[in-house]
Design a protein around this ligand. Structure first.
Ligand code: O2Y
Ligand code: MN
Length: 586
């Protein structure tokens, strides 16, 4: 008798009509065969084997360079269950529209069956996915980003409990590109793209969109969060998870080299993008990183912004859409130093001058997590790590203080639900537009976000000692337009304030938005920053927050009756506190 997996593979092969079917075992021998094939057909370019052993450059189709939110759909039976923040198609319409695109899509191509585990191999919290794909580059990337091959098949056995994901490059025409999620069936279909989040189905499609839906029904959380451990001088490690929208330095924070290392504060990386969190039997919130690698953005990465990743990517790394130096080394804007001459740009053309970027702004490295010198000894602990703090953040030039603490879980959920960030040119081309991105999950929540907020509130009620919730803003600017806070390794000073708060050792001032550090409670020794700059970093301007509160009200209207009453109450609380704090001018 065939297993559910064999049946689905057979059905998919009937539809896509590949010339052969290869079941991937995840072995080195298999990877070597794929590398040879990809070098042969120029899917891969070998990098300098002396300085970048086992590393390759891949160039994607120039029209396929980032995940495409406008072509990403949540296909629930009822439109309202996808909610006002997702693109929606009915499952029937979606299948009718996209089945013809899969029909014969793998003719004269190999169909790879890629079983994978998301999460540590033996963790009770891990889950299995199987991706069917016609891209060898996707297979090689999935080997880095997940526990791929035999381990997954052994764990699965004959069970139907896996997330199927059918992927084909199709003809790479954006007109025929669709990233479809069927949360009620735990199913993913992706066609027409070979890039990143659109094609590596374990990542955003499974570990966030499908997993968030599963987590809602099963009582856990799938979040767009890094996980780190902050070690103090006694050797105690406090674990934190943090959600920031794109372009806010999530990977850099997860791998930070602490400016307080000499005083005994060190940062350990568990994950840089996704956290799956469960309530353990002792009532604590435990987090695992479902991924096994980092798929990070290259431009701007250098020895100052992220020395750990710079070390990690020197071997066994796939680079996508970076530039290539004459000595076959990867290069990108912001790597440090002037642009080398004789550079070949991300499209494979000789670079002429520096007016256009040589590396694509969304060019990437794909590297095994274990290669980062900052990787925590507990990064693949099957039981996960206990989370003491949750951090939200965004890029706000004028509004938000460096850090504030929410008053309690319910207030913290309000802070996360109303989080926003100002766009940078790299992200959208439009600078300084405020985008609300609740919990940094706007593009990744697989169901109605109103119900997602309610789920957060319910999780808090079930936790014995819920993590403290903080908000950070590394990007506040002074009157001269310059950043007030140095960021990077100095951010550890803010993390230290958080653990001091958790331990009842740090002072704070109550404000209408939450508890803001007193200047003395921050560890600022050795930092070249004026008292005026510190005051400005910590200032809460009630009038500016009244405007913010009005914008929040508008945003909340979208959710209608699906917005939890508790968040309306928190919004009213904010308005009342602001009102009281504004001294009328006589
Ligand atoms: O453009 C893509 O396909 C990648 S997007 C991405 C990659 C790694 C981690 N996070 C993200 C994101 O958009 O949040
Ligand atoms: Mn992300």
């Amino acid at each position: 008798m065939s297993t559910p997996l064999e049946n689905w593979v057979e059905e998919s092969a009937k539809l896509t009509k590949p010339s052969k079917v290869v079941w991937c075992d995840g072995s080195e021998a298999e990877n070597n065969r794929l590398v040879d094939e990809m070098l042969g057909d120029q899917t891969y370019i070998e990098l300098n084997p002396k300085t970048y052993p086992g590393s390759y450059l891949h160039r994607s189709n120039p029209n396929d360079v980032a995940r495409t939110e406008n072509l990403t759909f949540i296909c629930t039976s009822q439109r309202a269950d996808a909610g006002p923040t997702n693109n929606w198609m009915s499952p029937q319409d979606a299948k009718e529209k996209v089945t013809p695109l899969f029909d014969g899509a793998m003719r004269n191509r190999t169909m790879y069956v890629v079983p994978y585990v998301m999460g540590p191999e033996k963790s009770p919290y891990s889950k299995i996915g199987v991706e069917i794909t016609d891209s060898a580059y996707v297979v090689a990337s999935m080997k880095i980003m997940s526990r791929m091959g035999g381990v997954a098949l052994e764990r699965l056995g004959n069970s139907p409990d896996f997330v199927p994901g059918l992927h084909s490059l199709g003809d790479l025409d954006p007109e025929r590109r669709f990233i479809l999620h069927f949360p009620e069936e735990h199913l993913i279909w992706s066609v027409g793209s070979g890039y990143g989040g659109n094609a590596l189905l374990g990542k955003k499609c499974f570990a966030l969109r499908i997993a968030s839906y599963m987590a809602h029904t099963q009582g856990w959380m799938a979040e767009h969060m890094l996980i780190l451990g902050l070690e103090d001088p006694s050797g105690k490690v406090t674990y934190m998870a943090a959600a920031f929208p794109s372009a806010c330095g999530k990977t850099n924070l997860a791998m930070m080299v602490s400016a307080l290392e000499e005083q005994g504060y060190r940062v350990w990386t568990i994950g840089d993008d996704i956290a799956w969190m469960h309530i353990a039997s002792d009532g604590t919130l435990r987090a695992i990183n479902p991924e096994a690698g980092f798929f990070g953005v290259a431009p701007g990465t250098n020895e100052k912004t992220n020395p750990n990743i710079m070390d990690a990517v020197h071997h066994n790394t796939i680079f996508t859409n970076v530039a290539l130096t004459p000595s076959h080394e990867p290069w990108w804007e912001g790597i440090d130093g002037p642009m080398p001459s004789g550079l070949v740009n991300w499209k494979g053309e000789v670079q002429k001058g520096s007016s256009a970027a040589a590396a694509h702004p969304n060019s990437r490295y794909t590297v095994p997590a274990a290669q980062s010198p900052s990787i925590s000894p507990r990064w693949d602990d099957p039981e996960g790590v206990p989370i003491s703090a949750l951090i939200f953040g965004g890029r706000r030039a004028r509004l938000a203080p460096l850090v504030f603490e929410s008053r309690n879980w319910q207030h913290g959920v309000f802070v996360g639900a109303t989080m926003a960030s100002e766009t940078t040119a790299a992200a959208t081309g439009a600078v300084g537009v405020t985008r609300r991105d609740p919990m940094a999950m706007l593009p990744f929540c697989g169901y109605n976000m109103g119900d997602y907020f309610a789920h957060w509130l319910e999780m808090g009620a079930k936790l014995k000692n819920p993590p403290r919730i903080f908000h950070v803003n590394w990007f506040r600017r002074g009157a001269d337009g310059k950043f007030l806070w140095p960021g990077y390794g100095e951010n550890v000073r803010v993390l230290k304030w958080m653990i001091d708060r958790i331990e009842g050792k740090a002072g704070a001032t109550e404000t209408p938005i939450g508890n803001v550090p007193t200047p003395e409670s921050l560890t600022l020794e050795g930092l070249d920053i004026s008292p005026e700059a510190v005051n400005e970093l910590l200032r809460v301007d009630p009038l500016a927050w009244v405007e913010e509160s009005q914008a929040i009200g508008k945003f909340f209207e979208k959710f209608g009756s699906r917005l939890p009453e508790e968040l309306r109450t928190e919004h009213q609380n904010l308005a009342d506190r602001l009102q009281r704090s504004i001294v009328p001018v006589k």
